[in-house]
Every structure is written in structure tokens, then in C-alpha cells.
Design a protein around this ligand. Sequence first.
Ligand SMILES: *Cc1c(COP(=O)(O)O)cnc(C)c1O
Length: 561
Amino acid sequence: MDHSKYNIAYFSMEIGIRNSIPTYSGGLGVLAGDTIKSCADLEIPLVAITMINEHGYFFQQIDREGNQVAQPTNWAINDYLELTPAQAIIKIQDRDVKIQVWQYIIKGATGFEIPVYFLDSNIASNNEFDRHLTSHLYKGGDLEYRLSQEMVLGIGGYEILKKLGYNNIKKYHMNEGHSALLTLKLNHDLCNSKSMTCENTKPYCIFTTHTPVAAGHDQFPIDMAQRFLKHYTDNIPEKVIQNNALQMTQLALHSSGFINAVSQKHTLVARKMFPGFDIKGITNGIHPPTWVSPPFANLFDKYSPDWRVKPDTLTNIKDASHQEINEAHYINKKKLIDFTNQLANVGMDNDFFTICFGRRITAYKRPDLILLTPDKIAQINNIRPVQIIFAGKAHPSDMEGQAFIKRINQIKNDFKNDIKIAYLENYNIKVAKLMTQGADLWLNNPIPGQEASGTSGMKAAINGVPSLSTLDGWWEEGWEEDVTGWAINEPEEKMDQYTLEELKQKHANTVYEKLEKHIVPSFYNNQTHWLEIMKNCIIKNGTYFNSHRMCHEYWDQAWSK
Ligand SMILES: *Cc1c(COP(=O)(O)O)cnc(C)c1O
């Protein structure tokens, strides 16, 4: 492989490429994987850097009482990745930490190859602590571990690229702030000094911010940061220190010449959060060949043969008949229901209206919202049958998240004679495919303003599945009421009039009302209208909310500059 042609380096703490490489936790990692795959299809010369996470994020089981049990994931690295001879050494405090790297090649539609590198510190010459720095993704709690991990990603990743022979990198793209320490080493190389200003890295650095939620922005006590990073910097600039802590997001913001948020709504939110920065908006997308189900891929091949490289041509799907759409969806739905019945044994029915909710389980996503008044959903089910499938992992140290899982599972059991509900264990790329493709309705109900983009609804849309969602993230752009799906709140909702509980009740009431009066009756009684909505999802949203369009935007605005 000719390494000199690659001039963009993409850094991400997690990358989700395929189900059998479980090094990701959720949307951020899957987005990174989809981005890289689109670059391969579009022949964009990018290399990617991430962590090996040899015990994955975690393997989720749910016990009888609804408690989440987290097991380490073990996966056969050798089966999928190839160990390269390259090694780099970074200095954490005064220790030498050796890093090796595994390679995975993604081949695009035309054969163009994108290498993905997985950093690995599990080397015999490292001490026990350092050998575990690349073992678990987002292992909670310990800040020294986390800072060391981010040094491996940012500084180790930067060094290993040189060792691998990538001597022509012009852009360093930080997907979230976890990799921002690379700017210290880049600055060092540019000015041959350990004095950091955050100015001279700007032409080389791109930063994408992905979350308005505070827990998503790492900070490290300044004395710890100085101790750990002393080999790379003599001064941590005042402007990236707040609350006596190094702010990774501030470091990334101040060091980058191009900064973006991931939906138009999130761009407004991010500009308020980080005043003084020129924050652009590039709305996320999903990789069509990865997320389109086989029956729809067949249909797309028939009506829109170039869709794998030009998903904007999916407007041609207007020529498909309602019967073709219906048949393709039924195959997907049956596959999901079979899978669910095998795992959850709740006797789901292929012909019942099926609502799915699958994503990371955490407070702002309000996973139990549709079950806020279980009697109400049971009553809707009494008129025309409705069944609900949930899935999602809560971070092992997120107790609130785990309480949602418990509550959903308890309601599922308490109401088992009233409504069919299933909770699928161990949400991952495979389960996400089954659910986004097989659902009749994709439900998403975050607190407005807190979901940066959301991508699962895009995976549903390109498979003809409409969303019922709060207007947040991408849905503000993809929503047309009763055309591509439905909204759970008004566009200009006055949120500050309500407490969070009141807001949740209000949104739950809207969910019940729209389901009862409109959505479920349309599904059962107005098939023509329903199938038209399904087609609209592909034509209006599948054509736009894809990572090919997104990568074209990154190329035009940032990567090629
Ligand atoms: C797409 C995806 C997500 C992101 O879902 P959101 O609803 O956008 O949060 C999370 N996990 C997996 C496994 C996914 O495939």
C-alpha cells in the first residue's frame, strides 16, 4: 500500500465497523465506522486510528429482576485484524509506554482501501497498569486511567502513524475530544518547542463535537494533567483550563481551524455552549450499504442501481409499487419477530404493529417514556394490537441508566397479560440492524436539546421505517408530519415552562394521542397512506441522511482545504 497518498488522519476513541469487532459502545463509534466506509466508497484518502479494546465495551445480560449484568466481551482479535510490525513509545509521566498496532482494511465499492489502526498497549515490557490501557472502552471512574488512555489514543496514535510511514498527513480529524492530546505533540513537531499556544495547529486540525451532555466532555485536574503530560508540554494554556481542570473539548476547540456540530439543531446548541468559536454544521449520516436490508437492497438495485455510491438517486424508488415495498418490509419484520421470539419468548405476532426503541440507555434519552402510563398503552393495544421491542445497554457506572432497564423489564412482566413487550439483551450492530429494519415505527424521545444528532432513525428511514420522535438532532431536518413520520413536541416548544417530569408527561401524552388517534389506525386501516409514508422515508430521508453526503461535506469544507 502506498502510504504517501493518505493525507487525512481520523481519530476516534471508538469505531464500530462490524458486529464481530465489538470495540464500540454506541452511536459515536458506529458513525465513525460509517464515515470511514463512505470514504472508502468515495476514494477519500483517509486513515483511521482507534483503540483495540480487547475486552470490548461489555457484554450485557439482564437477570430475572431486570438487573443489568456486565461481562467482559472476549473476541478473537487475530481472526479479524493483522498485527503490524510498527511500535511507538510514549511517555506517561516518566514511564515509557510501548504501543503496537493492528490493521483492518476496509475496501470500498471501487476497491479503494482505507486502513483502520487499532492501538494496543498490552505488551510484555509495559507494566500491569499500562498493559490494561487498551483493554476496556470507557472503563468508568478512574481519571488517571482515562487520561493515560487518551494519551495512548492522541499521542500514541499520532506517533504510530509516523512509524507506519504516513509522512504526508495534512489533516488530523478529532472525532470528539478524546484524542485532543494529539495537538500537543503536533504543536511540538511544528515549532520544535514544548510551549503550547493552540494557534499553529489550526491549519491541520478538525474537531467534531458530538454531545451537549456534560458527561461527554472529559476534564482532568490540572496538576494531574501537568504531571502526566510534562514530556509533551511546559504549559497548558489558560484558555483550555476551567474549574482548575484541563478541558479536552476546549483544547480541541482552541486547536482546530475547522469545528463542526452534527445536526443543524445541534449547531445552534453548540454555538451557545461554546461562544466565540466559528462552529459549522454538518449533519450526520449512515452508510447505506451497511444499513440497507437485503430485500430493500434488491429493490434499490432494480430501480436505482447506482445507490451504493450515489444514494441521492434513491428518489427513483418512487417507481416501486406499494406491493414491492410491503413485501420487502414484511421479510424484515418477520426476521425481527422470529429473533425476538427466540430470545424473549413473548409470542410476538408478525402482523401486529411493532414499535422499536433501541439505543444506549441513559437518562436524557428517557427510555421508559412510552411506558410512563402503562395502562394507557395497554388500552391502545386493546383497540388495535401493538407490541414493543426495547434494547440497549447502560454504562456500568450509570446507575440511573440501569434503573431504566429494570423499570422497563418490571413493567414488561407486570403487564404481560395486557401487552407484548420484549427487552432484547446486548444491543449491538446486529441487533440494531434487525430492529431498525424490522420495526413498523422507530421511537426516539430524548429531552429536546440534548441529542446532538441521533442516527438510528436514519437507519430506519432508508429501510422505509418512519420515526415518532421529539424534534431534536436530525429529526428537525428529517421530519414532515404524517409524511416521513411524526413529532412528539412542537418545533418552538417553550421548555422552560415545565419541570423535566412535566415535560416527560406532556410528551408521553402526545405519544399516546398520536398512536391512538392517528398512527395505529393508519397502519391498520389505511395501507395506501402507510406505504406512501414508507416510500417517503427512503425518497426524502434516505437520499440525504447518509454518510456519503456527509463525507462530501467534510471533504468540501474541511478535509480538502
Ligand atoms: C446506530 C446505533 C446507535 C445510535 O443510536 P441513536 O438512537 O442515534 O442513539 C447506537 N448503538 C448502535 C449499536 C447503533 O447501531
